[in-house]
Design a protein around this ligand. Sequence first.
Ligand code: ADP
Length: 546
Amino acid sequence: MLGLMQSQPLLISSIITHAARHHAHAEVVSRTTEGALHRTDYAGIERRARTLARALLRLGVQGTDRVATLAWNGHRHLELYYAVSGMGAVVHTVNPRLSPDDIAFVLNDAGSGLVFADTSFVPLLAAVAPLVPGVRAFVMLADPAEMPEVALAPGQALLCYETLLADADEDFAWPRLDEEQASALCYTSGTTGRPKGVLYSHRSTLLHAYAVNLPDVFGLRSIDRVLPVVPMFHVNAWGLPYAAPMVGASLVMPGRHLDGASMQSLMNSERVTMSAGVPTVWMGLLQHLRATGGTLDTLRRLVCGGSACPPMLIDTFARDYGVQVDHAWGMTETSPLGTYNTPKPGMAALSPEDAKALHYKQGRAVPGLDMKIVDDAGTELPWDGATFGNLMVRGPWVTRRYLNADTDATDAEGWFATGDVATIDPHGLMEITDRTKDIVKSGGEWISSIQLENIAVAHPDVAEAAIVGARHPKWDERPLLIVVPKPGRAIDPAALLASYAGKVAKWWTPDEVVVVEQLPHTATGKLNKLALRQQFRDFKLASAAD
Ligand code: ADP
C-alpha cells in the first residue's frame, strides 16, 4: 500500500518562492566589485530570477543546458542560482582561481554554452575565450555603464546582464520538474589531476539544505544574518545560498573583498551573526583583529571547514572575541556537508581539557549521511578514536558517478571512498588524520601531517605551516616542516622543533624546518600539497646523510 500524502517534487524553485512569500523582506546585501553595498530582499531576488529565466529562454537555453558562472558571492550570482536551476537548466559554477587551461577544460567537459562573469575577470575571459569554442556568449554581470571591452573569439558575443534583464519581463512560472533532474554542477579543484564534475540534483540539494539547517548543524534561523565567505563557486558556498532563504535568514555577500579588514567591517556594519569559510580566511581575520585591536560586535558563530581547523583558531576566537568556531568536514562530492561538531549530552561531564579535545574534531555524521572507516582490504574498523582507516560515506547528497564517467564512483553497497584517513570515537566523532596522499609514511607507520601542522601554527612566531614527507633512505619518508613566519618575527628552528616535545610521539617530530616567505595554495584556498611535495620531496635531509 502506498502512503496517501501529496507528492510534491523537492525543487530548488520551492526554496525561493517560499522565501519570497514568507520572508519577502529578509535582506540580501552585497558588496559590489566596485566596493559599494547593494541591497535587495528575497522578493526582489525571486522576481529578478523569473525575469532572468525569461532572458535565458530568449538566449536559447533549453532542457538541462549548462549555464556557467565565473562570479564572486553577490545578488546577481544568487539570481543565477535560482533562475538557471529553477527553469530546469544546470548552473555550472566555475572556480576562477583555476588555471585558464583548467577553466577551459571544465567549460568544455560540461558543455556550457553561456558564461556569466564578474567584470573583475575580464583578463581571465580573454585568456579562456579562444579555448572554448562551444561558448556562444559571455554575459558581464554589470550595468551598461560598467561594460568592459573583452577580446573574444569569432562567433562569441559579449552581453550585458542588466540590459538582458531590462529587455525581459517577469511573466514566468517555475516549471514542475522531476526532482531527480540535474540542477547544479561543481568541479573538484583538481589537486590530484584534472577536475571532476559533480552533478547535483534538485532532490539532493533540497535534502542537503534541510539537513544543514538542523539545530546540531548550521541551525540557521530567520533572525540570523549569514555571511558566506566560502565562495559560491566552491561547492555552492556549502549550501548556504539554499539553506538561508529556506528559513528566511538574511544573506550578506562579500563579493571579492575577503581580506581581514573588509570582513570585519562588513560583519559589524551588517550585524552578521554567522559566517562560514576555510581556515586561511579566519587566520586572516584573526591577524587583522590582533593587529588593530578590533572587535566582532554581533558575530556569534563561525563555521570552519575545507581543511583541518587549527585548535588555536577555535580557542582564540572563543577566548578573545566570544565567537564559537564549529568544525565541519565535507567535500565537493558530499554537497558538501558530511560531519559537523556539536556536543552530545554525555560530554558535559568531561573535564574542560577532554571536552576541548573532542570539540577540535571534524564532528558527527549529519543526519541522512552514514560513514565508516575501513582498512585497505575493506574491513570495517572499530570506533575507538585511535584506529585510523579510509573514510567511506553514503547518503542522498553523496555523488554516485562523476560527470562523463563510465562507471560509478561507489562500491556495490553504495559507499563512496573519500580519500581521507580518519578515526571515529565512541561518541561517533570523526577526526581526519590526513588525506591519503598527504600522510607521511615513516618506517611503515603513518604520521598525520595535520597534527604536526596544528602544533606549528600554535607557535607564536608562525603564520602558516605545511608538512611534507621528504624521501629518506632508511625510513622511506620523514616529516619536513615548512613554515612562514609572522610579519616582523624570526623563526628559530630548534625552538620550534622543541615545541613538539610532549605533544606527539618523539619519532613524529619533524626532522627539519625550512623557512619560506609564502606557501602555495590551491584554487579553494587550501595548502597546495601537490606543489609542495614536488618541490620538497627530494629535500636533502641532514638525517638522511647519517
Ligand atoms: P578538493 O578535493 O578538490 O580539494 P574539496 O573542497 O572537495 O576539493 O575538498 C575536500 C577535501 O578537503 C576533503 O576530502 C578533505 O581532505 C578536506 N577537508 C575538508 N574539510 C576538512 C576538515 N574540516 N578537516 C580536514 N580536512 C578537510
